[in-house]
Ligand binder design. Sequence first.
Ligand SMILES: Cc1cc2nc3c(=O)[nH]c(=O)nc-3n(C[C@H](O)[C@H](O)[C@H](O)COP(=O)(O)OP(=O)(O)OC[C@H]3O[C@@H](n4cnc5c(N)ncnc54)[C@H](O)[C@@H]3O)c2cc1C
Length: 458
Amino acid sequence: MPQEVLSALREIVGPDQLLTAPEDLIPYSFDGTAALQQMPGCVVFPRQTEQVAAILKLAQRTRTPVVTRGSGTGLSGGSVPVPDCIVLCLAKMDRILELDRANLTLLAEAGATTQAIADAAAAAGLFYPPDPGSMKISTIGGNVAENSGGLRGLKYGITRNYVMGLEIVLPDGEVFFTGNKCVKDVAGYSLKDLFIGSEGTLGVITKVLLRLIPQPPAKKTLLATYDQMEAAAQTVSDIIAAQIIPCTLEFLDRTTIHCVEAYAHVGLPLDCEALLLMETDGHPAAVEEEAARMAEIARRNGAREVRVARDNAEALRLAAARRNAFSALARVSPTTILEDATVPRSELARMVRFIQAVARKYQLRIGTFGHMGDGNLHPTFLTDERNAEEMHRVEAAAREIFEEAVRLGGTITGEHGVGLAKKPFLPMQAGAVQMRVLREIRRVLDPQGILNPGKMFD
Ligand SMILES: Cc1cc2nc3c(=O)[nH]c(=O)nc-3n(C[C@H](O)[C@H](O)[C@H](O)COP(=O)(O)OP(=O)(O)OC[C@H]3O[C@@H](n4cnc5c(N)ncnc54)[C@H](O)[C@@H]3O)c2cc1C
């Protein structure tokens, strides 16, 4: 990285907010995605929007690529550096700026963690529902840039449904705020929606204005176990068809159950094929009724056992089975590749069967869990990136899974984004015209292509 650029960055943020030593750069050379790593030229930690703007102006002038980063928990390689880039890490812009009780909104800097936002809302008796599994460390800027989902997506929606406004720094350093506290606003194109899910390729998000909702007064948690995977999938379809919208409807297969039990000791039966975690919340009477109906549907589909949590402590323990799934799977093999193929809910049983068949065909260990109520599955390859022959089989198997998801009317990614990992598959889903529109939008906002080059598409 040219000394001129480093000196200018030092001027902008101060010497202690710039990392250049190789040993300091290593933690910023990868994100949560397996088998992707690249050392950056430097890492810089701005504290204010004006510093972000100055950094982008410098990058524009010197044609230096910039990779924006939150906490680096991404699962599609979005914040993996490109060679000689500036990693613009927003993690220190983490203040919660305002909680407006009259308008039920919260304004935060982009580096605030999702958990800090949920906690601030809860302290005011309010609720910020999006809860990605990584919420203790993921940043709200990263959540917006990936349009992240979570365990409560089925009933409450995803990050996009809570974003009311964004402060954006464009690649040329210009700053603007799009959106406001109005529940309704149709003035012009909805630019905030363009930046939600833009994966750091169109601008840098520096502030986020979020919608909060009232806390649901009651909640019930149920866990159903099955001898057949398809019975669990059918339970999900039947619950949706019965017009019950639980806040959580999550699924674990046998491989995942074994890994979770070894890791978290929840007391799960090890001889079952699948389990469903179901949660309903809202008015106490409605919660009682929905819980009873879901238990009945689960039993009708042959659930071996339906456990209803007696209190909050037991509810948390049961929910831990699902919240720990990724970490539990990640312990058992050197490389864990987590995909998020998603299908319409009517196709769930077919997709689960297909993933099992692919695992057999390529002789691979695949643990599957996920947000089944959203049709969002996480087939997770337990593999070893040092084994080139096995990695070829993983690639071929993943491709077949994506092709099947698209064939069933689904998507290559339900929540983790395209980044580097899904880039080869995007044209298959988007088609030529949509790819052209995506590229043209990018060219208008970032004509020099300095922001996250090579991500999403070339
Ligand atoms: C254990 C675990 C569980 C997870 N569970 C879920 C889950 O349930 N649901 C889900 O959707 N995801 C999940 N994820 C994926 C990941 O946590 C999310 O994508 C998260 O939103 C990323 O946030 P981050 O701050 O770590 O962003 P990073 O990984 O640092 O960046 C992600 C992308 O956003 C861009 N970006 C980051 N900040 C900004 C900004 N301020 N402005 C512009 N672009 C920006 C980056 O350039 C990159 O392209 C999980 C990951 C892990 C490791």
